[in-house]
Design a protein. Structure first.
Length: 373
């Protein structure tokens, strides 16, 4: 699966990785595609990966799948990669939906020129296999690092160019491809992922196997009591100002893999080759984030021994993970923990609560903020 933005060290280890190091989006020059490639070349076993490959068109099946999603939905859930603390789902008007669908149809005619970036080659969709014949050469670890073909769209802008819909796809073999067709929002002069539209982290050919076609009833979900106990543990870590307590809630590498399989995702050879080093980076960054969150909380002049836990709110939403199998869904759990300090109220928000090996884990991030009563 991709270390899309995951290397974000480079949305979970693979989607949690996505969050860590994605280059800023530049929709005028598409330089972020080139920068992503350059960042990947800094990874072990990447020496000699000198050519950036990208498709000159978009697979019409991807566009049709996205049209189907836009046609059938009015509300689009906030992305796990969204950095806004108070973001709400994106709701499209009928006029916006019609406009987006018409623009998606136009993308079927889009054809990118050759040599868009230094040392780059445009590839026809029906010629992808010939690229992997070049890149998939021994040694295996080197081949895994060199084998990637990018696909990207022209952005579709709405609301005075403040929001856009954009396709970001990476192929790692003839059958291993992951994509997000997501809404982005301009924040502080940079485009940030805002809401999920169409996501496919499965195999390109949609072939059935135990990993990619797992029905929803195979996903273990935490009970309300387990979530409440987990929320109280998070609350206690803040109350005692002990970030080390939060580190216990970072999923292990093996647990990350189980989480992806529960989501119907696959782990490609390329991902497996870099997973060990990337997981170390991910853990380091998450520890930094948890420390920063508690440091921010400690600066609020809160009377920690006397704070009062007021409420633990839990929200679950269903994500459709594949356009070729609409029954393949995943339940995402988020949590907000509210507590009072005299006349003030604060919130600890966890956008993703993972449940694996009968334990609740922090999926990727957590936020601390004062809220208005």
């Amino acid at each position: 699966m991709t270390i899309k933005n995951l290397l974000f060290l480079a949305a979970l280890l693979l989607q949690s990785f996505i969050i860590m190091a994605q280059p800023p989006k530049d929709f005028k020059t598409m330089h972020h595609v080139c920068q992503d490639w350059l960042d990947r070349r800094g990874e072990p076993n990447s020496a000699g990966c000198d050519t950036i490959y990208y498709t000159n068109t978009i697979d019409p099946a991807i566009i049709d799948a996205t049209i189907k999603v836009v046609s059938s939905k009015r509300s689009f859930p906030v992305s796990a990669l969204n950095i806004e603390k108070s973001a709400i789902p994106l709701i499209l008007s009928k006029t916006e939906k019609i406009y987006i669908i018409n623009e998606l149809i136009k993308l079927k005619q889009l054809k990118w020129p050759g040599m868009m970036f230094p040392n780059s080659k445009a590839v026809a969709i029906n010629n992808i296999h010939s690229v992997f014949k070049i890149t998939k050469v021994p040694p295996k670890k080197h081949a895994n690092m060199c084998s990637i073909i990018y696909t990207f769209s022209r952005p579709i802008y709405i609301r005075n160019n403040s929001i856009c819909l954009y396709l970001d796809q990476q192929r790692y073999s003839d059958t291993d491809a992951q994509l997000t067709f997501s809404f982005y929002k301009k924040l502080h002069n940079e485009w940030e992922e805002y809401a999920d539209c169409y996501i496919n982290f499965g195999t390109e050919d949609g072939s059935k196997d135990d990993d990619t076609e797992a029905p929803i009833n195979k996903q273990a979900l935490p009970t309300e009591n387990q979530l409440n106990v987990f929320g109280k543990k998070i609350f206690t870590a803040y109350q005692l100002q002990q970030p080390d307590s939060l580190f216990n809630f970072i999923p292990t590498k093996d647990q990350h893999i189980k989480i992806y399989k529960n989501m119907g995702l696959t782990v490609s050879d390329r991902d497996a080759a870099i997973m060990d080093t990337t997981y170390i980076k991910l853990t380091h960054i998450l520890k930094q984030r948890y420390q920063e969150s508690i440091t921010k909380a400690s600066s609020q002049n809160i009377d920690w021994p006397n704070i009062i836990l007021k409420d633990i709110k839990i929200e679950q939403r269903q994500l459709n993970m594949s356009y070729k199998n609409p029954d393949l869904v995943y339940i995402n759990t988020s949590m907000s923990i509210y507590f009072d300090d005299k006349s003030r109220q604060f919130r600890i928000r966890i956008p993703d609560v993972d449940f694996i090996d009968n334990e609740c884990k922090i999926g990727s991030n957590l936020f601390f903020e004062e809220v208005t009563k």
